[in-house]
Design a protein around this ligand. Structure first.
Ligand SMILES: Nc1nc2c(ncn2[C@@H]2O[C@H](COP(=O)(O)OP(=O)(O)OP(=O)(O)O)[C@@H](O)[C@H]2O)c(=O)[nH]1
Ligand SMILES: [Mg+2]
Length: 359
C-alpha cells in the first residue's frame, strides 16, 4: 500500500516526505526534480507502547505506511513541469501538499500563496486525465456494442456515463456516488480522481496552530467523501524532530499545540488507506499488523505467515485494553474476555490475536 505525495512545485513535498520517513533527499531549488523517492513511516500507536510496557519484548514493531515522493517531470524551460501521472496511477491513495508558507528564496510558481487555488489546480488535472480515459473507453464501447449487445458492456457504459457526467460537472469520481459494484468495475482504469485524497496545507511559521479550513472557500471542499484535510508547518516539525523530546513537548505547550502534525498525517494516511491494526504480543516481539477493514481472522493469519494461514485452527482474541486490564492472556481466559474465534471472524482494530495452527 503506497501513498503518493503530489503538489505544485516547491510546495514542501520533499521536506514533508523526509520528515515522515526519516530519509534525507535534497529539497528546495537544489532538489532533484524528476527523481521519485520511496520511504517508510512508522505509525505511532499508544496501544502498542502500552502492550510493550506489559510484555517487555526484545523488539517492538509498529505498523508502517509507505510514502512515495512523486515530483513533477523535469521541464526543459525551468517551469513547473507536468505531474507524473503514470506513476500517480499506481498509488493506492494520494497526499497533496498545498503551500501556505512564504519563502522568497523558493518562490511559488504562480507568484502568490493560495492553497485552495492549488488544490483546484491539481484536482483539475486529475479530472481532465480521467475524462480523457472515460471518453476514449466510451468511444470504443459504442463501437463494440454495435457489433454485439452484451450485458456486461452495457453495464460498463452505464457506469462510465455516470462518471463522465460527474467529471464534466467538475466533481471528482470520489464524489460521484459510485457504489461498491461500480467501483469494482472501474478498478482497472486507475482513475486519479477516484483515489482517496489527503490534502495537507503546509502553514507558514507565523500561522502555526491556526485552522486554515475555517475560511469559507474550503466549506464545500472539506465535505467531500474519501478526502481528509489536515495542516502542518514543515519547518516547525523539522525543528521539533531535532530537539530532545522533553524540550519539544515544552515548545509545543508554549505554542498551544495538542499533537504532532506528523502523527496526524500518518494516522490520516493509514485511515485513508482503509487500514486498521491488530496486535501480536509476547516476550520476543510486540507488533502491530496493518490489515484492511473487513479482513477475516484467516486472512489476518496470512499477513503474518502463510503457514499460519494454512494450518489455521483458531485465533485466541482479546481487545488490547482488556488484555492490559487483566495483565496476561491467562487472566483474560479466567475472566472470560478471551474469545476463541474461527476463520470467518472479522478482525477488529485493536484486537490482540494469538493464532493456533497445525501444519
Ligand atoms: N518557510 C518555510 N519554508 C518551507 C516550508 N516547507 C518547505 N519549505 C521550503 O520550501 C522549499 C521547497 O521545499 P521542497 O520540500 O523542496 O518542495 P517540493 O514540493 O519537494 O519541491 P519540488 O520537488 O521542486 O517541486 C525548500 O527550500 C524548503 O526548505 C515551511 O513550512 N516553511
Ligand atoms: Mg521535491
Amino acid at each position: 500500500m503506497e501513498i503518493g505525495i503530489v503538489g505544485r512545485a516547491l510546495s514542501g513535498k520533499t521536506t514533508l516526505f523526509n520528515l515522515l520517513t526519516g530519509n534525507s533527499e535534497k529539497t528546495g531549488l537544489a532538489g532533484g526534480r524528476g527523481t521519485s523517492h520511496t520511504g517508510i513511516a512508522r505509525v505511532p500507536d499508544d496501544r502498542l507502547v502500552k502492550l510493550a510496557e506489559l510484555f517487555h519484548p526484545k523488539k517492538t514493531t509498529p505498523a508502517t505506511v509507505q510514502y512515495v515522493d512523486v515530483p513533477a517531470l523535469p521541464d526543459a524551460h525551468g517551469h513547473e513541469g507536468a505531474m507524473n501521472l503514470a506513476q500517480l496511477r499506481t498509488m493506492d491513495a494520494l497526499m497533496v501538499v498545498l503551500r501556505a508558507f512564504e519563502n522568497a528564496e523558493a518562490p511559488h510558481p504562480a507568484g502568490s500563496i493560495d492553497p485552495v487555488r492549488d488544490l483546484v489546480h491539481v484536482e483539475e488535472e486529475f479530472l481532465l486525465q480521467d475524462q480523457m480515459v472515460v471518453e476514449r473507453r466510451l468511444e470504443r464501447l459504442e463501437k463494440d456494442l454495435k457489433k454485439r449487445r452484451a450485458p456486461e458492456l452495457e453495464a460498463e457504459k452505464e457506469v462510465l456515463e455516470r462518471c463522465l457526467a460527474s467529471l464534466e460537472e467538475g466533481r471528482p469520481l470520489r464524489d460521484a456516488g459510485l457504489d461498491e459494484a461500480a467501483r469494482k468495475l472501474l478498478r482497472g482504469f486507475t482513475f486519479l480522481s477516484l483515489k482517496p485524497l489527503l490534502a495537507v496545507v503546509n502553514l507558514d511559521e507565523s500561522r502555526v496552530g491556526e485552522d486554515p479550513f475555517s475560511e469559507p472557500r474550503w466549506a464545500d471542499l472539506v465535505k467531500r467523501p474519501q478526502t481528509a484535510y489536515t495542516s502542518v508547518c514543515a519547518t516547525l516539525e523539522g525543528e521539533l524532530a531535532e530537539m530532545d523530546p522533553a524540550d519539544a513537548a515544552e515548545l509545543m505547550e508554549e505554542m498551544g499545540l495538542a499533537d504532532r502534525a506528523l502523527d496526524r498525517i500518518i494516522h490520516a494516511s493509514y485511515e485513508l488507506l482503509g487500514l486498521i491494526s491488530f496486535f501480536t504480543v509476547g516476550e520476543d516481539e510486540c507488533r502491530a499488523w496493518p490489515i484492511r477493514r473487513g479482513t477475516t481472522a484467516l486472512e489476518a493469519a496470512g499477513v503474518i505467515h502463510t503457514d499460519i494461514q494454512r494450518g489455521f485452527i483458531r485465533a485466541e482474541t482479546v481487545r488490547w485494553d482488556e488484555l492490559l486490564d487483566a495483565g496476561s492472556m491467562a487472566f483474560c481466559r479466567q475472566r472470560g474476555t478471551l474469545r476463541l474465534e474461527g476463520k470467518t471472524y472479522i478482525a477488529q482494530d485493536g484486537d490482540v490475536m494469538h493464532f493456533r495452527f497445525n501444519i
